[in-house]
Design a protein around this ligand. Structure first.
Ligand code: AMP
Length: 221
Protein backbone atom coordinates (compact mmCIF):
# COMPACT_ATOMS: atom_id res chain seq x y z
CA UNK A 1 0.00 0.00 0.00
CA UNK A 2 1.33 3.42 -0.98
CA UNK A 3 -0.31 6.31 0.73
CA UNK A 4 -0.19 10.04 1.28
CA UNK A 5 -1.96 11.53 4.31
CA UNK A 6 -3.17 15.07 3.73
CA UNK A 7 -5.02 17.53 5.93
CA UNK A 8 -4.60 20.63 8.07
CA UNK A 9 -2.41 20.64 11.17
CA UNK A 10 -4.35 18.85 13.92
CA UNK A 11 -6.45 16.76 11.53
CA UNK A 12 -4.97 13.60 13.05
CA UNK A 13 -2.41 12.56 10.42
CA UNK A 14 0.18 11.44 12.98
CA UNK A 15 -2.31 9.44 15.04
CA UNK A 16 -3.73 7.75 11.94
CA UNK A 17 -0.20 7.05 10.67
CA UNK A 18 0.71 5.32 13.94
CA UNK A 19 -2.41 3.14 13.60
CA UNK A 20 -1.71 2.28 9.94
CA UNK A 21 1.92 1.51 10.67
CA UNK A 22 0.78 -1.17 13.14
CA UNK A 23 -2.11 -2.37 10.99
CA UNK A 24 -0.41 -2.55 7.60
CA UNK A 25 3.31 -2.72 8.48
CA UNK A 26 4.30 -0.03 5.98
CA UNK A 27 6.98 2.64 6.40
CA UNK A 28 5.83 5.89 8.02
CA UNK A 29 7.66 8.90 6.62
CA UNK A 30 6.93 12.16 8.44
CA UNK A 31 8.99 15.13 7.27
CA UNK A 32 7.96 16.96 10.49
CA UNK A 33 9.40 14.10 12.62
CA UNK A 34 12.60 14.02 10.55
CA UNK A 35 13.05 17.79 10.91
CA UNK A 36 12.36 17.74 14.66
CA UNK A 37 14.93 14.94 15.09
CA UNK A 38 17.52 17.03 13.21
CA UNK A 39 16.68 20.02 15.45
CA UNK A 40 16.92 17.90 18.60
CA UNK A 41 20.39 16.71 17.54
CA UNK A 42 21.38 20.26 16.59
CA UNK A 43 22.71 19.13 13.19
CA UNK A 44 23.51 21.72 10.49
CA UNK A 45 20.18 20.84 8.85
CA UNK A 46 18.43 21.18 12.21
CA UNK A 47 19.92 24.65 12.66
CA UNK A 48 18.94 25.62 9.12
CA UNK A 49 15.26 24.67 9.53
CA UNK A 50 14.64 25.63 13.18
CA UNK A 51 13.36 29.13 12.45
CA UNK A 52 10.90 27.96 9.82
CA UNK A 53 9.54 25.12 11.94
CA UNK A 54 9.21 27.05 15.19
CA UNK A 55 7.51 30.02 13.54
CA UNK A 56 4.98 27.77 11.76
CA UNK A 57 6.30 28.55 8.27
CA UNK A 58 7.31 26.05 5.61
CA UNK A 59 10.85 24.79 5.18
CA UNK A 60 12.01 25.52 1.59
CA UNK A 61 10.84 22.98 -0.98
CA UNK A 62 14.32 21.95 -2.08
CA UNK A 63 15.33 21.03 1.49
CA UNK A 64 12.37 18.73 2.14
CA UNK A 65 12.42 17.24 -1.36
CA UNK A 66 16.06 16.27 -0.80
CA UNK A 67 15.07 14.57 2.48
CA UNK A 68 12.38 12.56 0.71
CA UNK A 69 14.73 11.62 -2.14
CA UNK A 70 17.26 10.33 0.38
CA UNK A 71 14.61 8.39 2.26
CA UNK A 72 13.32 6.69 -0.89
CA UNK A 73 16.76 5.94 -2.28
CA UNK A 74 17.38 4.10 0.99
CA UNK A 75 14.91 1.43 -0.18
CA UNK A 76 12.11 1.97 2.34
CA UNK A 77 9.53 1.49 -0.39
CA UNK A 78 9.63 -2.29 -0.69
CA UNK A 79 6.76 -2.97 1.72
CA UNK A 80 4.86 0.19 0.85
CA UNK A 81 4.93 3.66 2.36
CA UNK A 82 2.83 6.29 4.03
CA UNK A 83 3.81 9.93 3.69
CA UNK A 84 2.66 12.24 6.50
CA UNK A 85 3.20 16.00 6.17
CA UNK A 86 4.66 15.70 2.67
CA UNK A 87 3.89 17.02 0.08
CA UNK A 88 2.81 20.40 1.42
CA UNK A 89 3.11 22.46 -1.78
CA UNK A 90 2.28 21.84 -5.43
CA UNK A 91 6.00 21.93 -6.29
CA UNK A 92 6.62 19.15 -3.74
CA UNK A 93 3.67 17.12 -5.12
CA UNK A 94 4.98 17.32 -8.69
CA UNK A 95 8.56 16.46 -7.68
CA UNK A 96 7.27 13.56 -5.60
CA UNK A 97 5.38 12.17 -8.60
CA UNK A 98 8.60 12.35 -10.63
CA UNK A 99 10.63 10.57 -7.91
CA UNK A 100 8.00 7.84 -7.51
CA UNK A 101 7.63 7.37 -11.24
CA UNK A 102 11.36 6.77 -11.58
CA UNK A 103 11.20 4.14 -8.83
CA UNK A 104 8.00 2.70 -10.30
CA UNK A 105 6.12 2.96 -7.01
CA UNK A 106 3.25 5.40 -7.69
CA UNK A 107 0.79 6.46 -4.98
CA UNK A 108 -2.31 4.24 -4.65
CA UNK A 109 -4.39 6.58 -2.58
CA UNK A 110 -4.31 10.02 -0.96
CA UNK A 111 -6.23 10.16 2.30
CA UNK A 112 -7.61 13.63 2.92
CA UNK A 113 -8.49 14.28 6.56
CA UNK A 114 -11.04 17.05 6.45
CA UNK A 115 -11.31 18.80 9.81
CA UNK A 116 -12.93 22.05 10.93
CA UNK A 117 -11.05 24.96 12.49
CA UNK A 118 -12.44 24.81 16.07
CA UNK A 119 -11.67 21.07 16.22
CA UNK A 120 -8.08 21.41 15.02
CA UNK A 121 -7.37 24.34 17.38
CA UNK A 122 -8.63 22.31 20.35
CA UNK A 123 -6.56 19.30 19.28
CA UNK A 124 -3.35 21.24 18.72
CA UNK A 125 -3.44 23.33 21.90
CA UNK A 126 -4.05 20.17 23.99
CA UNK A 127 -1.55 17.98 22.15
CA UNK A 128 1.46 16.60 24.02
CA UNK A 129 4.22 14.48 22.48
CA UNK A 130 6.66 12.04 24.03
CA UNK A 131 10.17 13.39 23.64
CA UNK A 132 11.60 9.86 23.46
CA UNK A 133 9.24 7.73 21.34
CA UNK A 134 6.98 10.35 19.69
CA UNK A 135 3.71 8.92 21.07
CA UNK A 136 0.88 11.46 20.85
CA UNK A 137 -1.41 12.40 23.77
CA UNK A 138 -4.10 14.99 24.39
CA UNK A 139 -4.61 16.78 27.71
CA UNK A 140 -8.38 16.11 27.74
CA UNK A 141 -9.15 13.51 25.03
CA UNK A 142 -6.29 11.10 25.70
CA UNK A 143 -4.12 12.18 28.66
CA UNK A 144 -1.18 10.05 29.79
CA UNK A 145 -1.94 8.10 33.00
CA UNK A 146 0.75 10.07 34.86
CA UNK A 147 0.90 13.77 34.05
CA UNK A 148 3.94 14.57 31.88
CA UNK A 149 5.02 10.90 31.53
CA UNK A 150 4.57 8.83 28.37
CA UNK A 151 2.43 5.68 28.87
CA UNK A 152 4.36 3.83 26.16
CA UNK A 153 8.01 4.32 27.14
CA UNK A 154 8.08 6.41 30.33
CA UNK A 155 9.71 9.37 28.54
CA UNK A 156 8.79 12.98 29.28
CA UNK A 157 5.96 14.56 27.28
CA UNK A 158 6.13 18.13 25.96
CA UNK A 159 4.18 20.69 23.97
CA UNK A 160 5.61 21.42 20.52
CA UNK A 161 6.58 25.12 20.37
CA UNK A 162 4.54 25.40 17.16
CA UNK A 163 1.42 24.10 18.97
CA UNK A 164 1.08 27.39 20.87
CA UNK A 165 -2.04 29.32 19.88
CA UNK A 166 -0.28 32.22 18.11
CA UNK A 167 1.77 29.87 15.88
CA UNK A 168 -1.25 27.69 15.08
CA UNK A 169 -2.82 30.67 13.25
CA UNK A 170 0.25 30.98 11.01
CA UNK A 171 0.25 27.24 10.31
CA UNK A 172 -3.44 27.30 9.36
CA UNK A 173 -2.85 30.21 6.97
CA UNK A 174 0.14 28.43 5.44
CA UNK A 175 -2.01 25.32 5.04
CA UNK A 176 -4.83 27.18 3.28
CA UNK A 177 -2.47 29.04 0.97
CA UNK A 178 0.12 26.38 0.10
CA UNK A 179 -1.20 22.93 0.96
CA UNK A 180 -4.90 23.15 0.05
CA UNK A 181 -3.94 23.29 -3.67
CA UNK A 182 -2.25 19.90 -3.17
CA UNK A 183 -5.67 18.48 -2.27
CA UNK A 184 -7.02 19.74 -5.61
CA UNK A 185 -3.94 18.36 -7.40
CA UNK A 186 -4.65 14.81 -6.19
CA UNK A 187 -8.39 15.18 -6.66
CA UNK A 188 -7.71 15.90 -10.34
CA UNK A 189 -5.67 12.67 -10.47
CA UNK A 190 -8.66 10.74 -9.07
CA UNK A 191 -6.61 9.55 -6.08
CA UNK A 192 -8.31 11.43 -3.26
CA UNK A 193 -10.34 9.69 -0.53
CA UNK A 194 -12.02 12.12 1.87
CA UNK A 195 -12.61 11.37 5.53
CA UNK A 196 -14.52 13.34 8.16
CA UNK A 197 -11.65 13.99 10.58
CA UNK A 198 -13.79 15.87 13.10
CA UNK A 199 -14.76 12.41 14.33
CA UNK A 200 -12.66 10.77 17.05
CA UNK A 201 -9.60 8.79 16.01
CA UNK A 202 -11.23 5.33 16.36
CA UNK A 203 -14.11 6.32 14.06
CA UNK A 204 -11.70 7.79 11.50
CA UNK A 205 -9.65 4.57 11.55
CA UNK A 206 -12.78 2.48 10.99
CA UNK A 207 -13.97 4.71 8.14
CA UNK A 208 -10.58 4.45 6.46
CA UNK A 209 -10.31 0.68 6.77
CA UNK A 210 -13.77 0.42 5.19
CA UNK A 211 -12.63 2.60 2.27
CA UNK A 212 -9.51 0.43 1.81
CA UNK A 213 -11.61 -2.70 1.96
CA UNK A 214 -14.23 -1.46 -0.52
CA UNK A 215 -11.55 -0.24 -2.94
CA UNK A 216 -9.63 -3.54 -2.49
CA UNK A 217 -6.43 -1.60 -1.74
CA UNK A 218 -5.57 -4.10 0.98
CA UNK A 219 -4.99 -6.82 -1.61
CA UNK A 220 -2.62 -4.76 -3.75
CA UNK A 221 1.20 -5.13 -3.79
P1 AMP B 1 4.34 18.57 11.04
O1 AMP B 1 4.94 17.74 12.10
O2 AMP B 1 3.99 17.79 9.81
O3 AMP B 1 3.19 19.42 11.54
O4 AMP B 1 5.48 19.60 10.56
C1 AMP B 1 6.02 20.55 11.47
C2 AMP B 1 6.71 21.66 10.71
O5 AMP B 1 7.80 21.12 9.93
C3 AMP B 1 5.85 22.40 9.70
O6 AMP B 1 5.07 23.43 10.28
C4 AMP B 1 6.94 22.96 8.76
O7 AMP B 1 7.62 24.04 9.36
C5 AMP B 1 7.93 21.81 8.69
N1 AMP B 1 7.58 20.87 7.61
C6 AMP B 1 7.22 19.57 7.73
N2 AMP B 1 6.98 19.02 6.54
C7 AMP B 1 7.20 20.00 5.62
C8 AMP B 1 7.09 20.05 4.20
N3 AMP B 1 6.68 18.98 3.49
N4 AMP B 1 7.40 21.23 3.59
C9 AMP B 1 7.81 22.29 4.28
N5 AMP B 1 7.91 22.31 5.62
C10 AMP B 1 7.61 21.17 6.31
Amino acid sequence: MRLVLLGPPGAGKGTLAAFLHKELDIAHVSTGDILREEMKNNTPLGQEVKQYVESGGLVPDKVVIKLIENKFSGGIVKKGYMLDGFPRTEVQAKDLDAILQKLNVPIDCVVYLKASLPVVIKRLTGRRICRTCGAIFHMTNNPPKKDGICDVCGGATYQRPDDKEETIKTRMNVYLESTKPVVDYYEAQGKLKKLDADKDSRAVQEDLMKIFHDARYLHKH
